[in-house]
Write a protein that binds this ligand. Sequence first.
Ligand code: SF4
Length: 457
Amino acid sequence: MNVQQKSFYLSPEAIKDFKPAGQKPAHPNDLAKPLRTNMQKYNMFVPEQLAGRTFPVACVALEITQRCNLDCTLCYLSDLAEAVKDVPLFELERRIEMIHAHYGDNTNIQITGGDPTLRSIPDLVKIVKLIKSRNMRSALFTNGIKASREMLEAMSEAGLNDVVFHVDLTQERKGFQNEKALNEIRLEYINRAEGLPLRVMFNTTVFENNFNEIPMLVSFFADNADKIDLTSFQLQADTGRGVLRERNEQLITQESVMQQLREGTGLDLNYDFPLIGHSDCNKYTSIMVSGKSRTVLFDDRAFFNRLFDMLAKVGDNWAEPNIVIRKAMLKSVTSPALLWGGMKFWLKKAWALKTGLIRGNGLHRLNLFIHNFMDAEKLECERCETCVFMVATADGPLSMCVHNAKRDQMISQPVRDNSGKVLWNPLPEELHHKNLPIKKLKGILRRQEDFKRQRRT
Ligand code: SF4
């Protein structure tokens, strides 16, 4: 099928013209307005919708390097990734200020790449401190290979909030044949972060080779819910330099992955509320865990709608979900408007978790997220305009899916001052990928060069 025939996909010209939001916000006194307006435009600003109501953006990626020490088969980075230079600290500081101007206090910033741990510990500490000094939250996104205890300690001391480990079969780690075997690495990473004031999370890319193992994986995460806060499953997308391309649509859909999560948790999970942005992009739910006892958190829509509404009005810090949940628990039994619903809700939960609670296992929450990135040539305008996951570019925030579709263009742009003078050029001529040795090439380029070399010998 010629994808351009589908009118709702952005054409190559429209992708080119889809510009970052600029340095300054359009509505400095109402930062959630741009997202809220777009949600309203597409009739998505329903009572269950948190985007544009309790936050102006879910998170912003700050890509501090394009280099990586792996070569994933579904890598979203582009051909020039290994050729461009790391973003210098002065430019990162400018982007952090720009993120704050657009989204304000408590914004979640993903320190990411490439793999950000390829930068020095002093650089990483400085970046975390810059984010913290603007009263925002930071998360380190890494494959974990270089995220030593020393690095995690230094970053957490500087104010890092979360660490998110990406571990799965797309990384082709030597000696690991399946996801179950990779649990050894996951446990090692959990131990590495143990005792530090960090929320630990895991990312998993879903593709044909690990789809059947999702129930096992989610059960593993639930068994470790006392140490893990969130697990995100990201569906295969045809974008970037990875050698695997389009997903098997017969097998991998939001619905089929939701079903795998239901099977793995043994719970009838509900993804209808709360909503975080476009429902074709994000599915979110949460379970409560006490030892081997588990129950769904969100199963009383009317009660949660009233609760979220109340919390949104008092302007709570939604970037700190644990604090919000604690406050919500308190509010649900102290506010007269919620008292009856709250008592009923918590009694039901306590009953469902009684075995674990009686055994003294404590109460834990595990967030389950499904993120559905779009293929680079199938960007839906509606989803791009209601995007809750932005990238901090030199010219302002831009939807991650749009950024992925024109990565080489975005990452190689020189940074200029107001007069147009070039302050930093990520890609001087001599650094073009054509001049890189084969060992520095990744993804499709690497496979092509390998193929050519084999043919020559
Ligand atoms: S990055 Fe893409 S899939 Fe994710 S919220 Fe934005 S538009 Fe949707």
